[in-house]
Write a protein that binds this ligand. Structure first.
Ligand code: FEO
Ligand code: CA
Ligand code: CA
Length: 630
C-alpha cells in the first residue's frame, strides 16, 4: 500500500526498538553455516520428501503440470492484462450502489457521506466468497483506506466533518450478493447486502471485553478501519483485519507526545496525513486517547446475519493485522497472522478445544485459545512462543497485569519473549495437501542480513515452514525460503527471469489444486523506476507458482498505480475473484492526481474522459470454461 506521503510506505519504517533477532540475521548466519547460498539453505521439502511413496507414485503417473497458461509480460501500461485464453470482467467498482434503488456513483466524486455508506467502499483488499454454488454467492470485500484526492471533488486541502464521514463510509467491508447471469457476473439485490464502515457499531469479545477500562473512549465503540487482509472460518463467518489503524489518529496539541505503547504502534502527531483529527475530535489522540485501543484487532462478521454486530476478537492479539488465515488441526482452529511493519513478527492463535463443540455450546472458538509468536532459529527450526500472562517474562514482577494487558500490548509482549523480527510479514497461505505454511515478507531494510534477505531488502521474499508432524497446533517447525523475489539484473542471487520477475509479494493464497497465487504490492515510490531497481518489473501483478517444482509464472498485470490483492474462487475453481486496489494513486513514475486532473496516473477501469480511477473486483474466467491456472 502507498499512502498519503509516498516518500516511503509508513509500514517500511520500524517502530520496534527491541534487541530481538531479525530473520535476516538468522538467514545470514545459516547460509554461512551451510557454506552455501540461499538455495543451499532452502530445501526441507526436497530432503524430507525424497524417496517418499508419494513422490514415487507421482513420478510414475506423471501428473499434468500445474501451470498451463502462457506468461503475461511485465508491463507499465494502464491496463489489466490476463493470459491468452482468459477473460477479465470488472465487478462492483468503488461507488457501486448496494441496491437497485441506491444512489448512483458520481464520477466527479460529489456523492455525499450518506450516499457513500450505501455504496461499495473504496480500495478493495482481502475478500472471501461465500458460495451458494458455482454461479452465485456472497462476496465479503475489505476496503483498506481512502485516496483523499480521488474521494472528494476538491481534494483534501480543507478537511471537514462531512469529508471525514465520507472517508469513514468508504472504509470497512462490503457484503454483496453476486451471481452469474447471461455470460456475466452481476451485483444482485439481497437482504444480505450491507456495508460495515468506520462508523458502524461494533463490540469486543475475549479477554479484552466490551467493558474493559482501556476501551472506555468518548462515545460508543464504532467501526473498523484499514481492513487489509482477511480470513474465513469453518463456521461460515468472515474475518477482517485492522492494519494501519494508527495512521488515522493525530493531534494539533503542542504538548502531546506519544507514550511508550503509542510509539510501539507508530502513533504520531500527524498520523499518515488523513487530517481527520482536525475535523472530528474522535480521532484527536490528545482529546480521545483511548480510541486507539479500539483498533488493531481481528473482527468477525457474520455475512448471513445482516443485523449482527461485528465482534473484535481480542484473544487474537492487537497488532497491525495483515490477515487471519484459518486452518483446522485436531478439530481445533489455528489462525496465522502477519503484523505488517518492518521488523515485526508472525503470530498464530491455537484454539484450546474442538471448534464444533464450542459452537454447539454457543461459545466462539476465537475466544478460547493461546496466542503464539514465532521464533526462527539458526538451524532451520523454529519455535512458537506463548503470549500468556504469568508465563516466561509476562509476569506481575515485570509489570504485566493480566491476559488482557498482554493482548492490548501484544507487540511489547512479543518483544519480551524474544520473537524474530521479519521484513514486513504480510499474508499466510497453507497448502491444501502438504499443510506447509507460506508467508510473504514484502520488503524491509534487511535488518543486517548480508546474503538473504538483502540489506536493504527492497524486493521481499517468501518463507515457508512445516509444523511438526504437519500439525498446526504444534509448537515447533522447520522452515526454509521458497523464493527470493526481485530482478537478477540488479541482484544475481535472484533466480527469476522475464516470465516471473516480481517484487514485494503481499497477497498469497492456494487454490484447491495446490497452485500458489502470489500478488504484489510494490510501493508507488518504486514502481517502474530504474533508480529503485524496479524498471523491468512493470506494474503490480499476480503470479502462480507450483510449490513442488518451484516454477513461477506471471498471470496478470494491473493498471498504473494499483496493487493486486484479494483472492477468492468459486468451488469449481472456474471463476476467480481478484481485487485491483488504488489504481490512479500518486506514483513517482507517473505523477500526482489533482482535483482538476484526477486521471494523471490512471483512468482504469472506465477510461471515461470525465471520470477517475476506481478500485474494483475483477472476475477472471477461462474462455474454454476450464479451471483457472490450467
Ligand atoms: Fe495492507 Fe500490508 O498490506
Ligand atoms: Ca502491502
Ligand atoms: Ca496487503
Amino acid at each position: 500500500m502507498t499512502r498519503v506521503n509516498i516518500d516511503s510506505d509508513p509500514d517500511d519504517i520500524s517502530s520496534n526498538p527491541s534487541p530481538n533477532e531479525a530473520l535476516a540475521d538468522v538467514l545470514s548466519r545459516r547460509s554461512l553455516l551451510k557454506g552455501g547460498t540461499v538455495v543451499a539453505a532452502a530445501g526441507f521439502l526436497t530432503t524430507s520428501m525424497a524417496g517418499s511413496p508419494a513422490q514415487a507414485a507421482s513420478a510414475r503417473s506423471k501428473p499434468k503440470a500445474l501451470l498451463g497458461f502462457k506468461a503475461v509480460p511485465a508491463s507499465p501500461a494502464d491496463a489489466l492484462t490476463v493470459p491468452e485464453g482468459y477473460s477479465a470482467q470488472v465487478l462492483i467498482p468503488w461507488g457501486t450502489p448496494l441496491s437497485d434503488s441506491g444512489p448512483s456513483w458520481k464520477k466527479d466524486a460529489s456523492n455525499s457521506a450518506a450516499e457513500q455508506a450505501q455504496q461499495v467502499g473504496m480500495h478493495h483488499d482481502g475478500m472471501s466468497f461465500f458460495p451458494y454454488g458455482n454461479t452465485s454467492g456472497l462476496l465479503a470485500v475489505n476496503h483498506e483506506y481512502s485516496d483523499t484526492t480521488l474521494l472528494y471533488t476538491d481534494g483534501d486541502a480543507v478537511m471537514t466533518k462531512e469529508k471525514v464521514d465520507k472517508a469513514l463510509a468508504a472504509h470497512g467491508v462490503t457484503i454483496v450478493r453476486v451471481r452469474h447471469k447471461r455470460g456475466k457476473w452481476i451485483r444482485q439485490d439481497s437482504r444480505y447486502n450491507r456495508r460495515i464502515t468506520g462508523s458502524t457499531p461494533v463490540t469486543f469479545s475475549g479477554p479484552v471485553g466490551p467493558t474493559h477500562p482501556a476501551l472506555k473512549a468518548n462515545g460508543p465503540a464504532l467501526g473498523t478501519l484499514n481492513n487489509c487482509s482477511n480470513g474465513q472460518t469453518p463456521w461460515g463467518t468472515y474475518l477482517t483485519c485492522e492494519e494501519n489503524w494508527n495512521g488515522y489518529l493525530g493531534t494539533e496539541s503542542a504538548t502531546w507526545t506519544p507514550n511508550a505503547e503509542e510509539k510501539r504502534y507508530g502513533i504520531a502527531k500527524a498520523g499518515f496525513g488523513y487530517k481527520w483529527h482536525t475535523a472530528d475530535p474522535r480521532f484527536d489522540i490528545a482529546v480521545n486517547p483511548k480510541e486507539v485501543n479500539r483498533f488493531g484487532w481481528v473482527v468477525e462478521i457474520d455475512p448471513f446475519r445482516p443485523g449482527s454486530t461485528p465482534v473484535k476478537r481480542t484473544a487474537l492479539g492487537r497488532t497491525k493485522h495483515e490477515g487471519a488465515t484459518v486452518v483446522e488441526s485436531q478439530g481445533r482452529v489455528v489462525v496465522y497472522m502477519g503484523d505488517d511493519q518492518d521488523s515485526e513478527y508472525v503470530y498464530k492463535f491455537v484454539g484450546d478445544a474442538s471448534w464444533r463443540k464450542l459452537i454447539r455450546r454457543g461459545q466462539s472458538p476465537l475466544d478460547h485459545g493461546t496466542l503464539y509468536v514465532a521464533k526462527f532459529n539458526d538451524d532451520g527450526t523454529g519455535t512458537w512462543l506463548p503470549l500468556v500472562f504469568g508465563k516466561g517474562p509476562l509476569t506481575t514482577a515485570n509489570g504485566w497485569t493480566d491476559q488482557a494487558d498482554v493482548l492490548l500490548r501484544t507487540r511489547t509482549a512479543a518483544d519480551a519473549v524474544g520473537a524474530t523480527k521479519l521484513d514486513r510479514p504480510e499474508w499466510v497461505a497453507v497448502h491444501p495437501d502438504t499443510n506447509d505454511v507460506y508467508l510473504t515478507l514484502t520488503n524491509g531494510k534487511g535488518n543486517g542480513g548480508t546474503v538473504n534477505p538483502r540489506t536493504p531488502n527492497p524486493y521481499g521474499h517468501i518463507v515457508r515452514w512445516r509444523e511438526k508432524h504437519g500439525d498446526h497446533t504444534a509448537t515447533t517447525f522447520a522452515w526454509d525460503v521458497f523464493v527470493l523475489s526481485g530482478d537478477p539484473a540488479y541482484d544475481p542471487k535472484v533466480k527469476l527471469g522475464p516470465d516471473n520477475i516480481h517484487g514485494s509479494p503481499d497477497g498469497i493464497g492456494f487454490d484447491e489444486s495446490g497452485r500458489l497465487w502470489i500478488q504484489t504490492d510494490i510501493s508507488n515510490s518504486s514502481q517502474n523506476l530504474a533508480s529503485k531497481g524496479y524498471d523491468h518489473i512493470g506494474n503490480n501483478q499476480m503470479l502462480a507458482a507450483d510449490p513442488k517444482t518451484g516454477e513461477i509464472r506471471r498471470f496478470l498485470v494491473g493498471p498504473r498505480g494499483c496493487e493486486i490483492t484479494g483472492l477468492a474462487f468459486t468451488p469449481d475453481q472456474r471463476t476467480m475473484f481478484v481485487n485491483v486496489q488504488h489504481p490512479g494513486e500518486t506514483t513517482t513514475a507517473w505523477g500526482t492526481p489533482t482535483p482538476a486532473n484526477p486521471r494523471a496516473v490512471s483512468n482504469w477501469p472506465d477510461f471515461d474522459p470525465q471520470g477517475r480511477a476506481r478500485s474494483a473486483t475483477v472476475v477472471i474466467t477461462k474462455n474454454d470454461g476450464g479451471k483457472i491456472g490450467t
